[in-house]
Design a protein around this ligand. Structure first.
Ligand code: ADP
Ligand code: MG
Length: 272
């Protein structure tokens, strides 16, 4: 390298650093070497250098979106065993996984008893959305109610509402498991209402839609909320067996089989 070339290299590195293109700065030497050895054109070399920076930026942004999202587990749709859950409409779930529902601010409701995979599917869709570049936030109905309640007491109601209006996709898990505290139903209604027709919400619940009035203790709020939620929505009812119980069942069966086997070995007097 001649002195002027060396100075140019240092300047270029400094420029990249000043523009905070640090991954490109780190890769500069390697890319220049490759360009020399592989006789790359100037365009090809620049493309390779900037590609490195773009990929690193994308990875950083995804990490930060996933950190913000607070997903309860790293589940993706490939983890979901459709064969084990005949109660779910696989075609509908795969269609939802295309994320087209985000484009027209449609909602998704997962309705079913505990253990059938509602949280898992909601999380998998949310993860897909974050990977596709959307801002996603996962919360439970109880947590949302508690945060809104606290915000109201501290005079931060508007900030709190803006926070829940922000994400392109909001997941509200476990509606109906516990009765919502005091003003919880109305906080939830306001969150749903301000997102209505603007951005998508995924809700999971063990309460059949017909029983919402009872679960909210207020038929008018329940009806108004359902009205907005269902106006544009996919309702995924899952009425199959509980996966949780299924694995407990399997563990219990294994234990029983082992116990039976031992009993068989020690003689019929021990068998029960
Ligand atoms: P729900 O929210 O309906 O109560 P979850 O989504 O929390 O159920 O699922 C309960 C547990 O069972 C989780 O550990 C989840 O990973 C697992 N699970 C449920 N359904 C399936 C499935 N079809 N395939 C694989 N794992 C499943
Ligand atoms: Mg759940």
């Amino acid at each position: 390298m001649t002195t002027s070339e060396a100075r140019r290299y240092q300047n270029l590195r400094a420029h990249l650093g000043y523009l905070k293109l640090n991954d490109a700065a780190d890769a500069l030497n390697t890319v220049l070497d490759a360009a020399r050895h592989e006789h790359l054109s100037l365009t090809a070399a620049l493309e390779r250098l900037l590609e490195i920076e773009v990929e690193a930026t994308e990875a950083r942004r995804l990490t930060s979106r996933l950190r913000f999202a607070c997903l309860p587990a790293p589940w993706t749709l490939t983890d979901f065993d459709f064969a084990a859950q005949p109660g779910v409409d696989e075609k509908l779930v795969r269609d939802l996984a295309t994320l087209r529902f985000l484009d027209d601010a449609s909602n998704v409701l997962f309705v079913g008893p505990p253990g059938v995979g509602k949280t898992m599917l909601a999380t998998a869709l949310a993860r897909g959305a974050a990977e596709a570049g959307a801002r996603v936030y996962f919360t439970t109905a109880a947590d949302l109610a508690a945060r809104c309640h606290k915000a109201a007491l501290e005079g931060r109601w508007n900030t709190c509402m803006r926070f829940f209006a922000g994400p392109r996709l909001l997941v509200i898990d476990e509606l109906g498991y516990l009765p919502l505290p005091g003003d919880g139903a109305s906080a939830l209604f306001q969150v749903i209402n301000q997102r209505y027709l603007k951005s998508s919400t995924i809700l999971t619940t063990n309460v059949g839609i017909a029983d919402w009035a009872g679960a909210f203790g207020d038929a008018t709020v329940a009806a108004a909320m359902l009205d907005r939620l269902l106006h544009r929505a996919a309702v995924v009812g899952i009425d199959g067996p509980s996966y949780r119980l299924r694995s407990h069942q399997r563990a219990a069966d294994t234990l029983r089989a082992a116990a039976g086997h031992r009993a068989g070995q020690t003689g019929p007097s021990h068998a029960s």
